[in-house]
Design a protein around this ligand. Structure first.
Ligand SMILES: Nc1ncnc2c1ncn2[C@@H]1O[C@H](COP(=O)(O)OP(=O)(O)O)[C@@H](O)[C@H]1O
Ligand SMILES: [Mg+2]
Length: 256
């Protein structure tokens, strides 16, 4: 058999340390005079899977994703990625640079040095994929929270990302906004993208997950299937257990 079976992402023993002096967290995890924000995290993300990374604030989720996206270097350990990784920041607003969705998505595509026609095709396809074609030329600032997140995703689709990372995609979204994000998540998975969702709001998305990881104080404390959820000490790791609250089934844990 031939074929390329490399995973989308492979992290080996990734550490991130900061000087204690620069750290506002008062050095709760000091070691040799450094704050250990990520502590020997190894992780394999298969292509086309949906990985949900849970963890309380400060557990290291955003940092880990900056490292996967190549925006931060690990202090030690190795990172391998297959294809382009696109990251949507928690504050999706800060990622929107254009006056209109069409202009915004074109920025990224232009930076790739593509022709005008190719840029236009990519912009059209990306806006179509996130359901924003009808608002292509609206003022971007008038978009809703959910639409802004979708616009950020369009930006990275236009750059041909094969892995899409959404950092706290439900922050500040109302019910309708959450449904918009989840619909987009499902369609990205259907089109074969690898999807990584970082959130502590497990009740909104865990039903989408093929793979579930929990970070706690910079360490990976769980890596497996969501079926293990009932036995996990989530509260100890600072996350609300979504099953306990409603007696729900894991498959129900997704807002649709
Ligand atoms: N540039 C930095 N300098 C110092 N400490 C940092 C820096 N970036 C993140 N940290 C610390 O690393 C820890 C993990 O942060 P982060 O990855 O943002 O957590 P999460 O996204 O899970 O809320 C936090 O304690 C944070 O204060
Ligand atoms: Mg974060």
């Amino acid at each position: 058999m031939t074929g390329d079976f490399r995973p989308a992402v492979a992290l080996n023993e990734v550490c991130k340390r900061f000087p204690l002096a620069n750290h506002s967290g008062q050095g709760e995890r000091p070691r040799d005079g450094r704050f250990v924000a990520l502590d020997r995290v190894s992780l394999t993300v298969s292509r086309g899977e949906c990985l949900v990374v849970g963890g309380a604030n400060g557990s290291g989720k955003s940092l880990l994703m900056l490292i996967i996206a190549g925006l931060e270097d690990p202090s030690s350990g190795t990172v391998e990625t297959h294809g382009t990784v696109g990251l949507v920041f928690q504050e999706a607003d800060t990622q929107i640079l254009g006056e209109t969705p069409a202009e915004d998505v074109a920025f990224g595509a232009k930076n790739l040095g593509l022709s005008k026609n190719e840029t236009r095709r990519r912009v059209d396809d990306a806006l179509d994929a996130v359901g924003l074609t009808g608002k292509a030329n609206f003022p971007a600032r008038t978009l809703s929270g959910g639409e802004k997140r979708r616009l950020s995703v369009a930006g990275i689709l236009a750059m041909d990302a094969s892995t899409v990372i959404l950092d706290e995609p439900y922050a500040n979204l109302d019910y309708h906004g959450v449904l918009q994000v989840n619909r987009l998540a499902e369609s990205l998975l259907q089109s074969g993208k690898t999807l990584i969702l970082l959130t502590h709001e497990l009740e909104k998305c865990l039903g989408l997950a093929d793979h579930f990881v929990v970070l706690h104080r910079g360490q990976k404390v769980f890596d497996g299937k969501t079926a293990a959820l009932p036995g996990l000490p989530l509260e100890r790791w600072g996350i609300r257990n979504p099953l306990e609250a409603r007696g729900a089934l894991i498959g129900d844990l997704v807002w649709r």
